[in-house]
Structures are given as C-alpha cells and as structure tokens.
Design a protein around this ligand. Structure first.
Ligand code: HAM
Length: 440
C-alpha cells in the first residue's frame, strides 16, 4: 500500500454511515406483501361498512393533544415529538389520530351531514417511547371513527369489524372489554379508588404514588411489583356505573354474544388516553390455546364528550378504534401466515443479446399498456436463468426474443406448461398472447 492509498483508507474510516433513528424503521420491499395484505384488508372492511377515508396532517397544534389525549397522560407528558416551527408555533407530530378526526369533524361542519359520520385512516403515528419488540417511535395505525351516535350497536360493530379483519388475515384475536361510565359516575368511583389505595400508600412505587394524585385510574393498569395483589381487592368500576351506562354496556355485550366474537370482561381496563367514556376495549392476539400475548394489537372506545370539549356541539357522541399495523404484521408472522412475495404474472419476457434487450423495452411496455400481467429480467443474460425465473413465478407464458427474431420481426411464444413453442409475427404478439390467456 502506498502513502496515497493509506491516506484514503484513513479518510474512509472517518466517514460514518448514516443510520435510521432509533425506533424508526424502513419497510423494505421483501415485507411489502404483508403491508399490502393489511392495507387491502383495512380498505375492504372500512368500505364494506361505509366508512369514508380521511387523510390527516401529520403535524397538529400541540394544544389539540393536550386538550384531548390529556395533559396527565404518558403520551402527552413524555412521548410527544413537540417543537416550535419556524414561525414559533408549538406543533406536535401526531401520536394518534382520534383527536385529529374530532378536530376535522368540527372544522368541516360534519355535524350537518347524516349522523354518524364514519371515517377511517391509515398512517404514521409518532411516540417517543422506549423501543422494544413491537414498540416503535414511528408506527402505523389503521383507525375507524364513528361520530354522532350513542347507539351501542356501533360499539359492537367496531369490534366485529376488527375481529373479522384480523380473522381474514389469519390472526387469532380476543377482545378485552370494560365500561368506564360517564364522567360523573367515574368521579365517585375515583374517590373510592383513591381512598382504597391510600391505605397502601407506603407499598406503592413512586410511579404509582404519582398516579394516585394525578391520574388514579391508571393505577388499575399498573404493572408495578405487588400491584396485582392490591388490585385484586380494589373497587371495580362496573359496580359504580350509572344505570344508563350499565344498560349501554349490557347491550354491547349482548350484540357481541350474538355475533359470537370472543371477548373477556376486564374490570381493570382503563386505557391510557383521557377522552374515553363508557365502552373501552383492547384487542390482543391469542394462540391456539387461547393464551393472550402481551402487546395489544389495537384498542379503542367511546369518547362521548371529546367533540364538545374541543368546541363542537354538545352531546355529539362517538366511538372509534385503532390497530397497530406493525403489530398485526408481527402477529401474522408469529402465526405462520405466509403470503406470496411476488405479484402474480401471466407472461415472462426473456431476451438474448443487446438488440433484443433494446426492442424488449418497447415490447414490455406494449404488454403492460394492454393490461397483461408481465414481468422481465432485463438484467439477466442467460435464457436458462430467465426461464427458471418464469417457472418460479408460475408464469403461463414466456416470450423469447433473440437476435434473429429481432431481425425477422418475430418473437417466440412458449407455453410454460407444455413447453411447446411457436414463432409469431411481432405485430400480432400482444393479441395472440391475450387470446391464449383467454382475455380476448
Ligand atoms: P392506543 O391504544 O394508544 O389507542 O393505540 C392503538 C394501537 O396502536 C395499539 O393497540 C398498538 O397496536 C398500536 N401502537 C401504539 N403505540 C405503539 C408503538 N409505540 N409502536 C407500535 N404500535 C403502537 C389510540 O391511539 C386511540 N387513538 C385509539 C382510538 C381510536 N380510540 C378511539 N378511536
């Protein structure tokens, strides 16, 4: 090695390859089949149940989340990507989308439309949480929101939709469900809960002591040591529900029984966002024995006062849910769901030599424009390799173009099943292939 290349070596070592941010993931083409499957399933279920798609901004004013998700929640306290934009406005990269949907409902005067207004979304959310398996800082949610009705049938319908969608994707799921009543009935319950946990104050961790004063309901889903025993004897929210909420909840349960959706009543389920009222639920993956996995695939519930809280018309009741797309895909993989990696094709184009490759660009485009599902491998030289690829992708027909055919203005059509070949005029090839495929 000479002095010059030594120097280059040193310079090269200094260059640091940029890496993606912690908790931010690329979706590389090999995983696309899973993403397509989830996106298609989401679009189909939403369309079948008459939900219209809403595309929301990623940046929102910070106050939107403070006033909806709640200032004392983990999300708003610790996890938001909040900064001042160049015009000094406090903005936040959305940690969830229900608040944005509620904002849009009010902003676009959707209360003048037939109610409930049903909307769905699919997109990135951002939470600066500690990354671990199934938990990212940028993740995707598929969400459904129905605003403008208190009817318990909507609560059940949301759950049924999520269940059917997951079933279609090959993921076994179960719903944990609870009711947290109205704000009034909850106030009394919270007083009871606080006085119960106060007896054990000394035993509580610092986190739980803080919850006791700031957000007592969150004590119920505390995973801190020793809390399981304390929680077992804690007062249960269902016993404190007002009559209407109780009736509402019973009706939701009856609908779920009717639809045979698997659920489990979970008296400790309270959720980590402040806007919920009445029905709350979480979706968990279950294995063949019905054992639940830890990470929720989705969650949701009613938010009957959020619209009013954000300045909309009072008594605009609503319900929604959101599912974590990365978690659904993980569950599909865990459950051994296999998807075809490549798009199905009917025709594979093989070329030999430079002239054939050049002509191939045009031929390929003619087929594509005619709507034929065609693939190519212009980067490959050997006919054997190209025919193997055609075979692997289960193509019905291979087209073979060599130097000679280019000169003659012909092309070879090969039937991949029988191996039979036919030389045809290049001008007629699209028509002939379409006929052979039964398309024309
Ligand atoms: P959430 O429970 O905060 O609810 O999130 C819903 C789902 O998003 C979770 O169950 C999980 O699958 C996924 N998720 C949340 N955080 C992460 C993360 N850090 N990494 C990967 N996946 C994650 C909501 O966001 C509410 N807006 C749901 C809703 C809609 N309620 C009413 N309407």
């Amino acid at each position: 090695m000479n002095a010059q290349s030594d120097k280059e070596e040193v310079v090269k070592k200094k260059i640091k390859t940029p890496q993606s941010l912690r908790g931010f993931k690329d979706v590389v083409p090999e995983h696309e089949a899973y993403w397509n499957a989830v996106e298609d399933a989401a679009r189909n279920v939403a369309t079948d149940y008459s939900f219209g798609r809403i595309r929301l901004p990623i940046l929102e004013p910070t106050t939107l989340f403070e006033r909806s998700v709640g200032k004392a929640t983990d999300i708003v306290e610790k996890e938001m990507y909040t900064f001042k934009d160049p015009s000094e406005a406090r903005v936040t990269m959305r940690p969830e989308a229900t608040a944005s949907v509620a904002r849009a409902y009010i902003e676009h005067g959707m209360l003048n439309k037939p109610q409930p207004v049903k909307m769905w979304y699919f997109g990135q959310m951002f939470r600066h949480d500690r990354p671990q398996a199934g938990r990212y800082r940028q993740f995707h949610q598929f969400g459904l929101e129905a605003i403008g009705s208190a009817d318990p049938i909507l609560d059940a319908q949301m759950i049924i939709m999520a269940h059917r969608m997951l079933q279609g994707l090959g993921v076994k799921s179960k719903f944990l469900i609870n009711s947290i009543g109205t704000e009034d009935s909850r106030r009394e319950y919270i007083m009871e809960l606080v006085s119960y946990f106060k007896q054990f104050r000394k035993k509580l961790s610092d986190v739980d002591k803080k919850r006791l004063t700031k957000n007592p309901l969150r004590l119920l889903d505390s995973k801190e040591e020793g809390m399981a025993e304390l929680k077992a004897d804690a007062p249960q929210i269902l016993d404190w529900l007002d009559e209407d909420s109780k009736q509402h909840f019973m009706t939701v349960i009856e609908y779920l029984d009717e639809a045979e959706v698997p659920y489990e009543l979970d008296p400790f389920l309270v959720r980590g966002l402040d806007y919920y009222t009445r029905t709350v639920f979480e979706i968990v993956q279950v294995d063949d024995e019905g054992v639940k996995s830890q990470n929720a695939l989705g969650g949701g519930g009613r938010y009957d006062t959020l619209i009013e809280q954000l300045g909309g018309r009072e008594d605009t009741h609503a319900i929604g849910l959101a599912m974590g797309v990365e978690r659904i895909i993980r569950a599909m993989k865990n459950q051994g769901v296999v998807l075809p990696k490549d798009r199905e094709i009917d025709v594979f184009f093989c070329q030999l030599g430079d002239a054939a490759r050049r002509k191939g660009l045009v031929v390929f485009e003619e087929f594509r424009t005619a709507g034929v599902k065609i693939a190519e491998a212009f980067g490959k030289g050997s006919l054997k390799t190209q025919l193997e690829m055609a075979d692997k992708r289960k193509s019905k027909i291979a087209l073979i173009l060599g130097q000679k055919e280019v000169l003659d203005g012909t092309i070879i059509i090969r039937d991949m099943e029988s191996g039979g070949q036919e030389i045809v005029n290049m001008d007629k090839v699209v028509d002939l292939v379409q006929k052979q495929l039964g398309g024309k």
